[in-house]
Design a protein. Structure first.
Length: 304
């Protein structure tokens, strides 16, 4: 019994190591793509590794209380918890994670858990820019959760389950079984909500690049920033895998997972390259209009 438990933990750590590196490489490739679109050379693909090593080599004497230290920990726990509760590769021995232990409701909680922890931690620092970024981020994430929750309800009504593994199993057998085909309305609501959840342009109001330095990075540096940068790779990759499992049939191999998640992420990147950044009220208003109405329609269709 104990051997089986340690084996499962070892598989989970190996799976987490894989997705951490995949997330960093995905961020590096995306930075290069965006730079090329802008007519720039851009940073090297391995730049996220350099940033993490540079931040880890620094030290800080800043302290604002216990919650200030726990903020990045909660943020990272949200990303790791989300990833470990969903199957990265369906049917895989070591990439199944602990998907049997949770369902969509618990996964949705973990999506918001990290943001709330980060809000408490950064807020304790007292810096006005930090509070500004947290306010913007919480407003947008809350708005994006509405159409996403409606899409999840529609999928649960369609498959009569909240288990992600069972939803992925129902989509096996070819593209005709994917929820993208069998439930296009819920897919549309979910993918529009996904734009706000990923927080890339035009929904990057929490960081406001090229505007003013806002958000938690204003307060956090050195090893604290390492946790935030690490979570950025894990959390982004975990959300990509979640949407792949919900709408695009999941993956039965690592290569399929890489291809599908990369294409899903490029949907977000292309939108960000084309459209300028929204203001806070514009992003919230947009998410509560078309995506939410589409989500309501998806729920109504599969409820009657």
């Amino acid at each position: 019994m104990m051997e089986a438990i340690w084996t499962k933990i070892g598989y989970a750590l190996a799976s987490l190591f894989l997705i951490f590196n995949y997330g960093l490489l995905l961020i590096g490739v995306t930075m290069k793509i965006i730079a090329r679109v802008h007519g720039r050379i851009g940073p090297p693909i391995w730049q996220p590794y350099v940033d993490i090593l540079k931040s880890f080599s620094m030290r800080t004497a800043v302290s604002h209380g216990i919650m200030f230290y726990l903020g990045p920990v909660f943020r990272l726990a949200g990303g790791i918890g989300l990833y470990l509760l969903i199957p990265a590769v369906y049917g895989s021995t070591w990439l199944q994670n602990f998907s049997f232990s949770g369902d969509l409701l618990l996964v949705m909680y973990f999506i918001f858990f990290g943001m709330l922890g980060m809000a408490l931690g950064a807020g304790e620092g007292g810096h006005p820019f930090s509070a500004m970024g947290i306010m913007r981020g919480l407003s947008q994430v809350t708005a994006s959760e509405v159409p996403f929750a409606l899409a999840v309800i529609a999928l649960a009504a369609q498959h009569q389950t909240l288990s992600i593994t069972e939803i992925v199993a129902a989509q096996q057998g070819g593209i005709a079984h994917w929820n993208m085909v069998t439930n296009p309305i819920a897919t549309a609501a979910g993918m529009l909500a996904y734009l706000g959840m990923m927080m890339h342009a035009p929904f990057n109001v929490h960081m406001a690049p090229q505007e003013i330095p806002v958000g938690p990075p204003t307060e956090y540096n050195s090893s604290f920033l390492v946790l935030l940068q690490s979570n950025r790779s894990v959390f982004a990759a975990a959300k990509l895998i979640l949407f792949m499992n919900l709408f695009f049939g999941g993956a039965t191999s690592i290569m399929e997972m890489v291809i599908k998640t990369f294409l899903i992420f490029q949907f977000c990147v292309v939108v960000g390259v084309v459209f300028p950044r929204f203001k806070v009220e514009q992003s919230v208003r947009w998410l509560l209009k078309a995506p939410t109405l589409i989500g309501v329609l998806a729920v109504l269709i599969y409820s009657f």
